[in-house]
Every structure is written in structure tokens, then in C-alpha cells.
Design a protein around this ligand. Sequence first.
Ligand SMILES: [Cu+2]
Length: 173
Amino acid sequence: MIRRVLIAAAGLLVLLVGGTGLAGPASAHSRLIGSDPANNASLTAGPQRITLTFNEAIQSDYAVLNVVGPDEKHYWQQGDPDVSGDHLSVAVRPLGPTGKYTINWRVTSADGHPVQGQLSFTLTQAGTGTPGPEVSSGKSGSSGVPWWPFAIVAVLVFGGGLAGTVLIGRKRK
Ligand SMILES: [Cu+2]
């Protein structure tokens, strides 16, 4: 009987610790609280700059902010994004065709966790601008988060674990 109570108590403890462990970090992420232009805005002229506002100061490392045109193939932002306190912004080239422009963002929260999302606006009157680099060309350069360091680490960790398992298996034989 005592054993059962102990097991139940241990189970409850695991649930409590696990629960707070999940809720804690998630609630500490930086949140997007506003943007200029506003999400889903209809504009007759392109914005010179896009500015996102977060609920707290964000980290400047690995910030991404780009604008993809209605053809979904070209970038329309100009240069690298700028982080200043709780603001993330980027300059925008003069826009061209009418239609939906998608804003992609990604920042590192104050607590170190990455957060990302998408906004959009619609241009209702065509501009005279010409598009920037192609999305698939990889010319976005420093505005993209490099993925290969993570891949290398993943391969090393996985490979190491696999080698360890094989070695232990051999020893047992
Ligand atoms: Cu977090």
C-alpha cells in the first residue's frame, strides 16, 4: 500500500515538474505585438521600411526579415535587417507589381529561443520598382540563417551515438 502511494506521488511529481518545464520556456518567448505596415494592410504605395515590434528587446544575432513579392520568386527588401531594442526593421526597395507581398521574420528571443512568423500586405497600385534577388538563388546572404552548422552537429551526434552502440554491442558478444 505504501509502495502504491509512493509511486503515485512520484508520478504526480514528474507531471508537475514536466508541466512547468514545458510551460515555463514557452511563455518566456519574445512575442510580436505589432507591425508597420499592419498585417493584411492594403497599400497604394510600397512602404520604405518594414518595422516589427516585439514585447521585449530581442537579440540581434541571426535576425531575418525579408519581403517576397506576388510572384513568390523575388525579394523586395533592401540590405540586412536591423535590430534595435524591441524593433526589427528592414528597408524596402520601390515595389513593382500589384498583389500580395509576404513578410518573413525570424528572431532570437531574449531568452535565446528562436521565434518566427509571417505577415503580409497587398499592393493595390503598381509601382515602378524592379525586384531584388531571386528567392531560390541564395543571394539573400546574411539575411538567412545558416543551416549547415546544425546539420554537421546533428550528423556528429547521431554518428557518435551509432558508433557507441555498435562498440557496446561488439563488447557484449
Ligand atoms: Cu523561450
